[in-house]
Design a protein around this ligand. Structure first.
Ligand SMILES: [Zn+2]
Length: 190
């Protein structure tokens, strides 16, 4: 009789990869887009650039929430917020989820670097100004060093910014509105 070196229950077992399923597919500006939702935890990627094969997509992508090690370092969000001084509040307009922290910081820095000094809104006099914030799982970690003028905000999030501008909602009224996720390519390459 062969003696087992390890009791069966002690054998190292790799936890199964939890995969998200395709919720939607189509086109986003400039490329193919896809949206995954995790049936285990409900994580929703929002629209992201589709860079996989049909087979890979049908099998499903590993869920970044259920398998954090699979998407190591891709767990911060950039959020574009407008400070509406006339309405005395903030409105979150767009988010870029699932970025590596270093990459997200570089993207914010390059947005800061592109702001022309004369165009930077003055917090004391401007009706509104835009800010890029860095969020890590529900915590505000950092913000851009510059306030972004309208043209810079429009360049990275045209649809949500135009919508906000035409509505000019009361910040409290839209507090619970879902913030649209935009694909990473709409931000400048770091
Ligand atoms: Zn999940």
């Amino acid at each position: 009789m062969v003696e087992m070196l390890f009791a069966k229950a002690d054998l190292p077992r790799r936890p199964p990869v939890r995969r998200m399923r395709v919720a939607d597919a189509g086109h986003i500006p400039g490329t193919k887009g896809i949206r995954f939702v995790c049936p285990h935890c409900g994580h929703d990627t929002g629209w992201i650039a589709d860079e996989w094969t049909i087979t890979e997509n049908r099998r499903g992508q590993p869920c970044p929430a259920c398998n954090p090690q699979k998407w190591k370092g891709t767990d911060v969000d950039i959020i574009l917020t407008v400070a509406d001084h006339e309405k005395n509040g903030f409105v979150a307009l767009a988010r870029w989820p699932g970025l590596a922290e270093a990459e997200a910081r570089q993207m914010i820095e390059s947005m800061d670097a592109q702001v022309i000094s004369d165009a930077e809104p003055d917090n004391a006099t401007a009706a509104f100004a835009f800010i890029l914030d860095l969020w890590d799982r529900g915590d505000l970690v950092d913000s851009g060093k510059r306030l972004l003028p309208l043209q810079d905000a429009m360049r990275i999030a045209q649809e949500p910014v135009s919508r906000w501008l035409s509505e000019r909602p009361e910040p409290d009224d839209v507090l619970h509105r879902a913030v649209p996720a935009l694909p990473r390519f709409s931000l400048p390459v770091a």
